[in-house]
Ligand binder design. Structure first.
Ligand code: ADP
Length: 201
């Protein structure tokens, strides 16, 4: 039997969700589907999608829901996501939750767990400032960061209520060493009966 895990990782900007997402996906043998990465790759390659979204990302605004959901739908329809995936950065508001839920329902699927990474605002800001110097992301300016954090609090945090009502949210302390955080997440997922890829073969 193959491992199967349909996961979503959520957390404020600078919570480390990208890093943890990659680690968790690797241990479950599932692909990471990061909408931010998809948009940035398209911008870098100068595709029509990239040209369409570049100004939106630089301002820290959200790409229109319909467009984002269509991209995720296409990505999740690829072979490697048939038995599981880890979503990072999508869904980001309740409209996108609706799109994802109906798409998964068509496949007779639903999310197994939502990992919520909890990090105090001051620590998120410190990490983002560091990332701005290390990676030079064009949306890591103070204005765009502040705007993205506001959108997170206003639009993304409410999706936790929706998934909380379904009983699938694991709130994880995102402070401390990277490995410790990964262990906390793995333990929470194991408690839900989600098996690692290594033990599934
Ligand atoms: P961060 O979490 O640090 O804001 P992401 O890489 O998740 O970084 O997203 C970067 C940008 O990509 C967002 O500010 C937004 O413009 C766009 N984006 C990513 N995911 C979505 C989404 N689900 N809906 C709309 N826009 C998105």
């Amino acid at each position: 039997m193959t491992a199967s895990a349909r996961l979503l990782i959520v957390g404020p900007q600078g919570s480390g969700k990208g890093t943890q997402g990659v680690r968790i996906a690797e241990s479950y043998g599932i692909p990471v589907v990061s909408t931010g990465d998809i948009f940035r790759a398209n911008i870098k390659e100068g595709t029509p999608l990239g040209q369409q979204v570049t100004a939106i990302l630089d301002k820290g605004d959200l790409v229109p829901d319909e467009l984002t959901s269509e991209i995720v739908r296409d990505r999740l329809s690829q072979e490697d996501a048939a038995h599981g995936f880890l979503l990072d950065g999508y869904p980001r508001n309740t409209a996108q939750v609706g799109h994802l839920e109906s798409f998964l329902a068509e496949r007779g699927e639903s999310l197994d767990a939502v990992i919520l990474l909890d990090v105090p605002r001051e620590e998120s800001l410190e990490r983002l400032t560091l990332r701005a110097t290390e990676q030079g992301r064009s949306d890591d300016t103070p204005e765009a960061i502040g705007h993205r954090l506001d959108i997170y609090e206003r639009e993304t945090a409410p999706i936790i209520e929706v998934y909380g009502a379904k009983g699938i949210v694991d709130r994880i302390d995102g402070t401390g060493a990277l490995d410790e955080v990964t262990e906390r997440i793995t333990a929470a997922l194991a408690a839900r009966g989600l098996r690692l890829a290594a033990s599934a073969s």
